[in-house]
Design a protein around this ligand. Structure first.
Ligand SMILES: *[C@@H]1O[C@H](CO)[C@@H](O)[C@H](O)[C@H]1NC(C)=O
Ligand SMILES: *[C@@H]1O[C@H](CO)[C@@H](O)[C@H](O)[C@H]1NC(C)=O
Ligand SMILES: *[C@@H]1O[C@H](CO)[C@@H](O)[C@H](O)[C@H]1NC(C)=O
Length: 189
């Protein structure tokens, strides 16, 4: 079954002891409009191994951080990724970047950065920092890369978003967004 919309959610990095000590609860927000979403590819897009495809992640600046930072992944189906697959580079600290746990993904396209504050200092926003997201990504050929052949496979294009300094003073919160795609579709030309 195809999911015809992108499902999304946001949580704080789970560090139960620290959170307990600070009296904070783990925050989980689902389907809010406060985070970014994958607008391309759309659910059900067929992508051939080695093909390039349009990619667009509409970032959210809901914590008013200078830069939106996110990582992009290919995760296997049939089940969508969940927050138990999510971790972060340096734990629950500002500057940490959300990523997926080894073994939960098939491929990583890396980390991308989008400057914010265009509304404040002009159309260009802040100066570029890090790698801007490209307009297209290339689907890996997992047969060449890993010796695994997949036919008509349900995979997910998955984005892990990192928000710093969100109110009320949570050092980092992570957003998970994904869209189902079909890898090596049998109906593809
Ligand atoms: C995943 O594995 C790579 C290579 O073994 C390692 O460098 C990296 O730190 C690991 N990442 C996590 C989140 O465990
Ligand atoms: C696929 O192969 C690449 C390159 O050898 C490796 O880094 C990656 O961990 C492999 N992925 C899987 C899911 O086996
Ligand atoms: C794509 O699917 C075909 C069967 O339709 C299979 O023979 C081929 O190995 C698959 N390609 C990859 C890259 O997995």
């Amino acid at each position: 079954m195809l999911t015809m919309r992108t499902l999304s959610a946001i949580v704080a990095v789970s560090l139960p002891l620290l959170l307990q000590a600070e009296g904070l609860l783990i925050r989980r927000q689902e389907d809010t409009s406060e985070h970014g979403f994958i607008s391309s590819p759309t659910a059900g897009t067929e992508i051939a191994p080695g093909a390039s495809f349009a990619f667009d992640y509409a970032t959210s600046d809901w914590c008013h951080q200078g830069y939106s930072i996110f990582t992009v992944w290919l995760t296997p189906g049939p089940d969508a990724p969940t927050f138990s697959d999510v971790t972060s580079t340096t734990g629950n600290t500002r500057g940490s970047v959300g990523e997926l746990i080894n073994g939960t993904y098939l491929y990583s396209w890396g980390e991308f950065t989008v400057p914010n504050f265009a509304w404040l200092i002009g159309k260009a926003g802040l100066p570029p920092l890090g790698t801007p997201p490209p307009p297209t990504l290339t689907m890996p050929n997992l047969l060449e890369l890993n010796g695994t052949s997949y036919t008509n496979a349900d995979f997910y294009l998955t984005v892990v978003d990192s928000f710093w300094d969100c109110p009320p003073d949570i050092p980092i919160e992570l957003g998970l967004d994904y869209v189902e795609i079909i890898y090596n579709a049998t109906s593809a030309a």
